[in-house]
Design a protein around this ligand. Sequence first.
Ligand code: ADP
Ligand code: ZN
Length: 599
Amino acid sequence: MNDKKENQDNKKDKVYYIIFAVVVLITIIIIALMLLNKSNNSDDKEIAYTDLITKIDKDEVEEIEMTVGSTSIKVKLKGEEEEKNAIVPSTQAFIELIQDKKLAGNSINLKQKPVSIFLRISDTVLNLLPTIMIVVLFILIFKMQGLGDKGKVYDAETEKTNITFKDVAGLDEEKTELKEIVDFLKEPKKFHEMGAKIPRGILLYGKPGTGKTLIAKAIAGEAGVPFISMSGSEFIEMFAGLGASRVRKLFEKAKKISPCIVFIDEIDAIGARRTGGSGAESENNQTLNQLLVEMDGFNTNETVIVLAATNRPEMLDKALLRPGRFDRQITIAVPDAKGREEILSIHSKNKPLGEDISLKEIATDTAGFTGAELANVLNESAIIATTRGHKKIIMDDLEEAVKKVTVGLQKNSRVISNKDKKLTAYHEAGHAIVSKYLETQQDVKEVSIIPRGLAGGYTMYKTNEDKYYISKTEMEEKLIALLGGRAAEKIALNDISTGASNDIEVATDLAKDMVKKYGMSDRVGPINLEAKEQYELQVFGNNIEDIIGVEVKQLIDTAYKKAQDLIIEHMDKLRAVAEKLLEKETITAAEFEEIFKNN
Ligand code: ADP
Ligand code: ZN
């Protein structure tokens, strides 16, 4: 079956080449003929208009043949067999001229021919033919280049990496687990002799940028084996069967250079649950089937470890996870504070850091950042330091880089109306004030009404530690803090705006999670109702969805009410913060706290 597919692919390529060759040949022949024709014409078959007039004057012309609407005429001279061609400037004037001559006794014979539709069409086609041929040629060239390019770009990339586990910060447990794979790649024989079964495929789950590719490369680097990689999306092809054939070629190559690591990024692009669909979907199925065939088809002497990465494990076809395929799964989490500090330290190795830099502090401020984002922060800080003319990266550059990466570039240039400014000031002050009076919420780090990214302003909180668990109280208070902006707008300005839309979105999602995921609502209880289909939900009673809705709404309503209460209670402080914001645009933690010390 494999061979058949291979032939099909080759055939497709061959057909393109044959068509191409034929078109080139025909084009060349036509152009050559036309050139020949032209040169014949210009040599002795052509007669110049002035010459023609002279000859007519001397009565040397036997016959003129004209076609209606054409300035190109045929001339038969007396005593000559062959007709000559000529071009007249104006047919009407020429006919009149001849008629005048005839009246004057000239023996010339004028033949006027109507154009037949057939002639007209064939003439047009003939005229257009070279253009058509050239267009076809171009299309074919593009097509073939496309094929060629794809062959190049989508060809699995093989590299010898010198990345090792040292280059991967954090992820200590994961590295320990994967060390076994490294040992196996180094000495497969030892393991086989012992009868040990080594995983064929390992699935890495994790957000983009968490270092999945990096750790896969590190395995190859540690073991000193080649690393072949391809992205799942590259397997999805316009041409049916190409995806499957790419998978086959990838594994052929892997087997040839084994022992090695095969890395398939975005495996969900091909490994999504199979459907009975047609077109792109069935193409997808073919590709997935081929992958399954390949995963099952290794010999024991072929030491190929397949690593695949995805951000959406729930999407994957269950068949991929069966024993002998991707039967081992490792979650690559977003780094914790220690991990972030290590990542920052690894990526700042080749950068000149000022004395005042505290990577620990930056790590504290970047909870939730992935490795890629942290690497980006350091890169941005280097750019910022350069534009500011610093010799080294100083803490302020780094902090600016964090902000830049967090909320997009500072948009000082955007003109904001005073009304908008006031609204933003009260909105942000609302977040800050409400959080200030909530036990579990983090301290305010910075409040600003300078727009960043899509937000009109922002309130930044200090992050003290990485938490693994969040209590219900904390979540409820988070809801209050999120709705503090809207509450302030409503109470202080007696109007509400779209500025709170993102807060509302986040709050709604959080409340939904509390009810459906964390079992935090009494009426629903500790049951997971996340991403359940209608029929699955029905097990919990016919009106479970109504209950969820009521519970979510209750959480939000309660939080919004509490936020308003807090705003009303601390109206003077809200005013003070908002005024300060309107004055200074950005206020620091110290300036914020100052307001509360005054009385
Ligand atoms: P993924 O494959 O999970 O999307 P990558 O492995 O491509 O992420 O990570 C992108 C970049 O982020 C890496 O090349 C590296 O520079 C940086 N990075 C991510 N995680 C780490 C980590 N744990 N240690 C060091 N650098 C990391
Ligand atoms: Zn807000």
